[in-house]
Design a protein around this ligand. Sequence first.
Ligand SMILES: Nc1ncnc2c1ncn2[C@@H]1O[C@H](COP(=O)(O)OP(=O)(O)OP(=O)(O)O)[C@@H](O)[C@H]1O
Ligand SMILES: [Mg+2]
Length: 373
Amino acid sequence: MRSVYAGLMTGTSLDGIDGVLASFDDTGFTLLHHAFAPFPQNLREELSQLVAASQIDFTTWARTEQALSLFYAEHLEKLCLQLPDNSQLIAAGCHGQTLEHRPELGFSLQMLNPALIAERTGQHIVYGFRQRDLAAGGQGAPLVPAFHLAYCASAENSRILVNLGGIANITWLPNKKECLGFDTGPANTLLDSWYQYLGLGNYDQDGRYAASATCDTELLHELIDDPYFRAPPPKSTGREKFNLTWLENKIGKSRLASLDPASVMATLVELTCLTLSQAIHQLDPEAQSGIFIAGGGAKNHFLMQRLKEHLAPRLCQSSRALGIAEDQMEALAFAWLAFAFLNGHNANLPAVTGAQHPVPLGQLCPGRARSWL
Ligand SMILES: Nc1ncnc2c1ncn2[C@@H]1O[C@H](COP(=O)(O)OP(=O)(O)OP(=O)(O)O)[C@@H](O)[C@H]1O
Ligand SMILES: [Mg+2]
């Protein structure tokens, strides 16, 4: 019988928490339930300030970590209501909120108090997934490609999985054995930041605002001229690099203020599509791979339309074609990482993260005393 795990993910877009319940064994998985809860506006604002802060005061840190961890605990409890019996859950893989990702320093910081979640829910919490890979010389990211290789690869057809999260990343699966994956550059985090800066809301619903303008080609060329896009993999990035300060530094504050804001939005969409499609063309020059798209950006119609145009003639489909909805992929991968950790499997892919060797990923904060193996 397959064992049930939860996966809880709060990504760089700061939109909220995705949680899944899924059962796994070494041959497959069954997705049992998915639920998303948006961050309360004050928690979103506090996290957003902490991500942007150059100095952090411990009182703010303590309050925000407490609020975030309680938010995780509440979401986990709601997920567990879907099970006939709470004790059916083996463990929950909880990612935490990345505040700083600095692989060049061997450092990646995910805010979370697993003890508080374990105390509130009584469940075993697996967390701290990135540290061991970093300790082994890797980027600590991306970790989801290992899940893709385990469950989404095909022996017959080459596949590329795209995640349009806060950052855009790709996983290349030429067959069931090989895998490459890396962050290609900014996606929703920069789009959302610009939209929020303009005071228009949290995000550009369906990409309507971006679609109302045309791309500024000169601006696009300036933005794409960045060492990150030219660097070979392994590479990973985050909101600490691709943010409004990056945009201002690239083109100057006063010039940015003089541009049509909708055209800047359209240009940022184009930047995501171009950096992604250039990476895909390099991996798959003969356009033989099927493309599967996940992440919140898959709901942005304008972004999807432009991306499909860039990637033609490749067939672009939603990750639903693989049995996983767009917003379930990352949380499902962290449920699987908890499963892999507790079953003694190494879960990083050195070809992806650049680590010196395979390592187990995670740390355990036990809930109530009970055997889980
Ligand atoms: N209907 C929509 N129209 C446009 N954009 C949308 C829509 N729905 C979601 N999004 C975008 O998706 C984002 C959330 O995506 P997602 O949850 O995949 O990112 P994330 O939490 O940063 O995850 P990751 O860990 O992959 O970085 C939102 O902030 C928003 O920009
Ligand atoms: Mg999210």
